[in-house]
Structure formats: C-alpha cells, structure tokens
Design a binder for this molecule. Structure first.
Ligand code: ASP
Length: 318
C-alpha cells in the first residue's frame, strides 16, 4: 500500500484513516477546528495555497463532498477544476493514468478522487509525481477518510472526553465506507465502546471491525449511547433482491423519537447524508434538537481545509 506519510511525519496522501497514528489525526482535527467559524460569521479564508491547483475527479455522485472540497481549496486560495472523467481501471485501463499525467502537466498539485471501484485512489497515488498529493473522497465501500475526520471532529466538539463514549453506528454497516472510516478514527482516538448495530444481513464480514461489539437488536444497541451515527442504505452496492423494503426497514431499524429516548438524554444524532427520511431516520429526529447533521456539513469544509493545507503547504520551496 502507498505510504501516506512523508519521512518527517507529515501527510502526503490521504487514502484511508486505517493505520494513521493518533498524533496525525489529532493534529488534523486541531487544525480543522481552527478553520471552524460560527454560522453567520464569515468563513475562514487565507491565501496559504495561492498558486496551487486542485482537481476534483468524481465518478460517483456527490453534492456535499465535492462542493466541500471545492470550497475548502478556494478558501485557501487554490484554483480548482472539476472533472467528470471515467477513472475505473476496469473500464478504461491505462487511460486513467493518461488523464492523471495530462492533469499533472497542467500543474495540478492535488487530486481529489471518488470512485466506486476499490483501489483507484491508491493506484493514482502510486503513480503521481513526488510533489503531487492524492486525497480519497470516497473509495467503494472501503474508505471515506475526510468523512471519518469530520465525524470525529463533530463528536469531539460536543463530547470532548472521547475515551468514555458509547458510539452506536447503526444500519448498513456492510456496505458503508463512512462506518469503516469512522471506526478507524474512533478506535485510534481511544473510543473503546463502538457498537455495530444492524440486521444480520447488513453486518460487516467477521474479520472487519475487530473489537467492535455487534448488536442485531436496535434497542440494545441504542441503550445509553452518547452518539448515534445513522447510515444510509447503500442501494447502489446491493443486488436488487437484497434491498430491504423501505417501510419494513423503518419499522425495525428507523431512528424515531421514541427510540432516541433509549440513548442518553444528551446523545447526539449524526448522519453523513444523503438521508433517506422515513427509511433510516425520522424527520423529527433529523431536524430535532439532538441532531448535529448540519454541524457535520460545516465541519467537512474545515477538515478538508486542514488536509489540503497539510498535504500542499508542506511543499513550500520544494
Ligand atoms: N455521502 C456518504 C458517502 O459518500 C454517505 C452516503 O452516501 O451514504 O459515502
């Protein structure tokens, strides 16, 4: 696997949170927190990345993540190009790297990549020039590292003592890159009670999430939880026949106000979006006082600023 850190410990690429040392995560979160401004205040801005160019290459649909990376780069003074190219090596073989080399020749300094196929961000990272950074914006079901960081930041803002928390990740764990990246972030940051809550068919393979407790009973999984992280049913990663029926899923697994009362009274509710209201979460909960879903969105820009600042600014004078 491509090395994500430079010899001096700074971040060169961000492909996965798995294996990143705790001080690196803590540094990125601290840096991100420095970019967070209250709603209504002007967004944080600087010219730290003036003269740099970031290319967003997204081959899976995205609204928040793409816009958030774009705003993050622009608020640091970088230029941004958005391309809809077909990256999958399965589809186009070598032409993916031709696209990358062309963009490199156009002075692109960082590639932000989302793709449904496993391995695409890593393959690009293994082939770019030494001064170029690759950031994953979602790799198949495997990794969504900036989402994991923004989730950790959101939790930390509301519950600063992470180690004692009970975090319930609820729903389609099997197909969720959000769950995997949150898992790596939370474990590395010292959260010991991470609950994997979902029906047997949506639980991840046994060897994944080692040390996480599996719950196939929603009430038990929510009991006295401090944080409830709801997941979207990843329809696009399921065969038609395996899709749960919406009404039945909500009846068994939807987060309703009544079920939310099983958690601690000050529990926070998260969702990476896009939300299926009335399937995995009731609108009253998504828009209710315990929801931090909009904080997640705001923190997403801050986290992406922190990551871009680190991978690109380290090149000063290179
Ligand atoms: N937006 C998140 C992702 O790209 C969550 C989701 O789509 O369910 O994985």
């Amino acid at each position: 696997m491509t090395e994500q850190l430079r010899p001096d410990g700074s971040l060169r690429h961000l492909l996965t949170l798995e294996g990143l040392p705790r001080p690196v995560l803590e540094r990125l979160l601290e840096r991100a927190q420095g970019f967070v401004r209250p709603l209504g205040a002007a967004a944080a801005q600087s010219q730290a990345l003036a003269g740099r160019t970031v290319a967003n290459l997204f081959t899976e649909p995205s609204t928040r993540t793409r816009v958030s990376f774009e705003l993050a780069a622009k608020r640091l003074g970088a230029q941004v190009v958005n391309l809809e190219v077909q990256l999958s090596s399965r589809v186009k073989g070598e032409s993916m790297l031709d696209t990358i080399y062309t963009l490199e020749a156009l002075h692109v300094d960082a590639f932000v990549i989302r793709d449904a196929e496993v391995g695409v961000p890593g393959l690009v990272a293994a082939n770019v020039a030494p001064h170029v950074a690759v950031l994953s914006a979602g790799e198949a079901h495997l990794a969504h590292p900036t989402q994991g960081l923004l989730d950790a930041l959101t939790i930390q803002q509301k519950k600063p003592r992470l180690s004692g928390l009970a975090v319930a990740i609820v729903g389609d764990l099997r197909h969720s890159r959000v769950a995997r990246s949150a898992w790596h972030a939370l474990r590395t940051l010292g959260v010991s009670d991470v609950r994997l809550v979902g029906p047997p068919a949506l639980q991840p393979p046994d060897e994944e999430f080692p040390g996480g407790t599996r719950y196939t009973d929603l009430a038990a999984g929510l009991e006295a939880a401090d944080v409830i992280m709801m997941l979207r049913i990843q329809k696009e990663r399921m065969a038609e026949a395996d899709l749960p029926e919406a009404r039945r899923y909500f009846a068994a697994w939807g987060l309703t106000p009544e079920r939310l009362r099983l958690a601690r009274p000050d529990a926070i509710v998260m969702h990476p979006q896009p939300m299926n209201r009335g399937i995995e979460i009731a609108s009253e909960v998504a828009d209710g006082p315990q929801s931090v879903i909009r904080d997640q969105v705001r923190n997403g820009v801050a986290v992406r600023m922190a990551v871009l600042a680190e991978v690109l600014a380290a090149r000063e004078g290179a």
